[in-house]
Write a protein that binds this ligand. Sequence first.
Ligand code: HEC
Length: 160
Amino acid sequence: MKNVPLRILLLTVVAGVALIGWQAVAETNRTTFPANIDQLVHYTTVTRGEVTEHMLTTPEAIAAVKNGQPIPNGTHFVLVDYRQGEVFRYFVMERGDGWGAEYPEDRRTGDWQFQWFEPDRSVNMAENTARCQSCHQGRSGSEFLFTYDRILDFDGAMID
Ligand code: HEC
């Protein structure tokens, strides 16, 4: 190493730290943008000031919740966040067989994984989805969903 100029050495260290830092926040995971988003059911809306959130999922997941059954693997839940009538971002949860085992126990949210998608449906690489999980962990008693009770109340009528 003694022949390596100091500035190259420093550059390598800086690049290494930057890379590790990047890995700590940004990640892709198994969560996909739902190809069938237009067929998902809009079961409730939450408004917060300027933000309007449409919650979507599959008819099968709604039926499972209403019947007290586990939500099937492959299910997507989508929170479409609208600001001034435009999509600002999509928050997606997806469930798959054994997906939870990819995380340490203190981060795990059952077999659900989480992702933030931009309006163009690309992943927001600046998000650390451990944040999503830590908040949704509080809902372990209701499939890690905040709007579980709204599914129970949903009467199946179309919401625009
Ligand atoms: C600070 C807590 C918190 C964090 C962090 C958070 N959520 Fe949520 N999430 C909520 C709440 C509360 C709701 C219910 C809607 C509302 O009240 O706005 C919700 C609803 C959802 C829903 C609709 C299904 C459900 O649970 O009702 C999805 C999908 C979702 N979040 C995905 C995500 C994703 C993806 C992330 C990370 C990018 C994330 N959430 C981060 C609190 C959080």
